[in-house]
Design a binder for this molecule. Structure first.
Ligand code: FAD
Length: 335
């Protein structure tokens, strides 16, 4: 591997993922975290993306603190296809040399980050749950669970730039911090006949897609809910509190709910204002996805259940009786 002159690399870049004209929330979350890292590195947080017409995203990335917005517009880049997007992004990174590049760990982001990192011979840490700057040498410290969630590993890349990381939606909070970003439009010449993959049709899959991190209240149920039909109690309480419902992996494995509602290490990471865990034991893999919620209310028949160790408030009792009572009580208070 060729040794890089890493001093040439500056600024924290955040990839702006967009779909059907909308920015994915995780990109805004990463801009907020990127701004903190940039402060520690004494540099700027910048956004970057490619696509057909993407300049109009400048307004929204400015609301979340981006100082510059690097873009390539080309009709061939309208829809995501790995190779042309990768090549355009590698071109941008090679030219402007950011020291950090953050990408959301979405389906698209995971595909893109790996191929970009390989082309650039950069280090990539996937599914990071914490990002910090080492004050002694300014390396990016990327922490992620390992060995089935039982250990946390902190990874750094001292010799190569950019230091790349994918981060799951919901790990960081999107915080507004108004700027007016300078838009840097670059050109990348590519024609449709140079792209092997063709998009013939876009088909919406039947499975419900839920972004749990959008919600301030999540009512979550585990195997203790007893049967699929009882999950309606989660939804009822969530509706009263203007939130949404979620589940543990055992509930998904039982076929009671889709994977898109699963919280935890192999589900979504959330940090709502209120997380209600009903009939959830509190296994490390579940807790990894919800422990940074502001308030955790646990309902469990077993007073020894590990969920009580992370709970702000604990209720020992039958969730099938308590959930409807809570819904009724909040309905009276809130209406
Ligand atoms: P259980 O462990 O069966 O707990 C049910 C709880 O309900 C018990 O505490 C019981 O006391 C209580 N209960 C029973 N009846 C009632 C009642 N009427 N009222 C109130 N309480 C009641 N899990 C996840 O959730 N998310 C993940 O992302 C995830 N990823 C994983 C990744 C790996 C690699 C592995 C190995 C495991 C993963 N798991 C994950 C699974 C995890 O280890 C647990 O098995 C799972 O979280 C347990 O789900 P549960 O708490 O719903 O069920």
């Amino acid at each position: 591997m060729i040794k890089q002159d890493i001093k040439q690399y500056k600024n924290v870049w955040v990839f702006i993922e967009h779909n059907d004209g909308k920015i994915e929330r995780v990109s805004l979350e990463l801009l907020s975290k990127g701004a903190e890292l940039a402060k520690d590195l004494n540099c700027e947080v910048c956004a970057f993306t490619v696509g057909d017409k993407v300049e109009h995203f400048a307004k929204e990335v400015g609301e979340y603190g981006a100082k510059k917005f690097y873009i390539i517009e080309n009709s061939v880049l309208k829809e995501y296809r790995t190779e042309p997007w990768r090549n355009a992004i590698v071109y941008l990174i090679d030219k402007y040399k950011p020291e950090v590049a953050l990408i959301g760990a979405t389906t698209l982001g995971r595909d893109l980050a790996g191929t970009v990192a390989t082309k650039l011979s950069a280090g990539l840490t996937a599914d990071t749950t914490a990002l910090d700057i080492d004050p002694s040498n300014k390396n990016l410290l990327m922490t992620r669970p390992t060995f089935g969630g039982n250990l946390m590993a902190t990874i750094f890349c001292p010799d190569n730039r950019p230091q790349m990381s994918t981060v799951r939606p919901g790990v960081f909070k999107a915080v507004k911090n108004q700027t007016t970003p300078e838009v840097i439009k670059d050109k990348y010449d590519i024609t449709e006949d140079q792209v092997v993959k063709k998009i013939i049709e876009k088909v919406q899959t039947g499975e419900e897609k839920v972004n749990l991190s959008f919600y301030e209240v999540i009512v979550s149920g585990g195997k203790g809910m007893g049967k699929k039909e009882n999950l309606k109690l989660l939804e009822d309480l969530a509706n009263v509190l203007s939130g949404t419902w979620a589940v543990s992996r055992k509930v998904v494995q039982a076929g009671w709910a889709p994977q898109s509602r699963q919280v935890g290490q192999t589900g979504q990471t959330v940090h709502p204002k209120i997380y209600i865990a009903a009939g959830i034991s509190g296994a490390v893999q579940h807790v990894a996805g919800m422990k940074s919620s502001d308030i955790i209310i646990a309902i469990n028949t077993d007073p020894q259940a590990p969920i009580f160790e992370v709970a702000t408030y604990g209720i020992v009792g039958d969730c099938l009786q308590i959930l409807p009572k809570m819904a009724e009580m909040f309905k009276q208070k809130l209406v």
